[in-house]
Design a protein around this ligand. Structure first.
Ligand SMILES: Nc1ncnc2c1ncn2[C@@H]1O[C@H](COP(=O)(O)OP(=O)(O)OP(=O)(O)O)[C@@H](O)[C@H]1O
Ligand SMILES: [Mg+2]
Length: 256
């Protein structure tokens, strides 16, 4: 493994509240990869993002993001958190919520209003949300709100996008729309994407690799390598059955 990879973890252990969330986890991600992160509730998926964002330090092991130790406020990382738009933001216009992505880092300083507006409008167009730029966020559907969160994460032109469950609450066709939008963005921006989901199916056409987390351990590889009865049974320490049918993957036997 090369510490110069976009994301690099070597022997990472994280203990929180006397409990090992990660136990000697190692993997790396290359530039431009689209990685789906899967695992049951409490497996540590969001915790992994906190490590990459420098919000949490590992108990043991080495983490590098773009060759450096993770640090807070890194505008090279665009982050869309797990929970959707905050209640306090529902009355704000879509363009204002997207503009928050410019605050709290170097991009937020010294920008005239017109430059800021131009950046917001460009990224709203990129996620196909320009038509509701002036609509209060609370009036928008789950899929539309998700596009705004992606725009907010993209506005600093990051090299890495960390998306925490952007497909939750979306039906299959809206989930597919978000995935094809992200695939386009990944292609033309050459951005590395890590996306947390509870369902691999909408990600099958897009994900180069899967990172599966369970019981403090990880398994990484292509979907065909990782999402198998043998690999998941080993990871869960229990019998897990993976069935592929009609282009879909069904996983049964454990809390997935
Ligand atoms: N600051 C903390 N102190 C103690 N335990 C914590 C802390 N932060 C997270 N945890 C625990 O770490 C575990 C992993 O949490 P995390 O939010 O990363 O899971 P997740 O995989 O994102 O789950 P979900 O699918 O429900 O979002 C949970 O058991 C959680 O209670
Ligand atoms: Mg989570």
């Amino acid at each position: 493994m090369d510490p110069q990879n976009v994301i690099f973890l070597d022997g990472v252990t994280v203990e929180l509240g006397g409990h090992a969330i990660f136990n000697d986890v190692s993997f790396s991600v290359e530039k431009g990869e689209f990685v789906a992160i899967l695992g049951p509730n409490g497996a540590g998926k969001t915790t992994l993002f906190k490590l990459l964002l420098g919000l949490l330090k590992p108990t043991k092991g080495d983490i590098r993001v773009l060759g450096a130790i993770p640090h807070r406020g890194d505008s090279n990382i665009g982050y869309a958190p797990q929970h959707r738009v905050l209640e306090t933001e529902l009355a704000l216009r879509a363009r204002d919520v997207v503009g928050f992505g410019l605050d709290g880092n170097k991009w937020g300083i010294g920008f005239g209003t017109s430059k800021r507006d131009k950046m917001i409008e460009a990224v709203l167009k990129e996620v196909d949300a320009y038509q509701f730029a002036n609509v209060p966020v609370g009036h928008l559907s789950g899929g539309e709100q998700q596009r705004l969160l992606i725009a907010q994460a993209l506005i600093t032109d990051p090299q890495i996008l960390l998306l925490d469950e952007p497909l939750s609450n979306l039906d299959i066709s809206h989930a597919q729309e978000i995935i094809s939008l992200l695939t386009e963005i990944a292609k033309h921006r050459c951005v590395t994407i890590m996306l947390i989901s509870h369902d691999i199916n909408p990600l099958l056409p897009a994900a180069h690799r899967v990172l599966y987390l369970a019981r403090g351990h990880s398994a990484m590889g292509t979907p065909d390598e990782v999402v198998t009865s043998a690999t998941l049974s080993k990871l869960y320490g229990a019998k897990v059955e993976v069935v592929r049918s009609g282009g879909h993957v069904f996983v049964a036997g454990a809390e997935i």
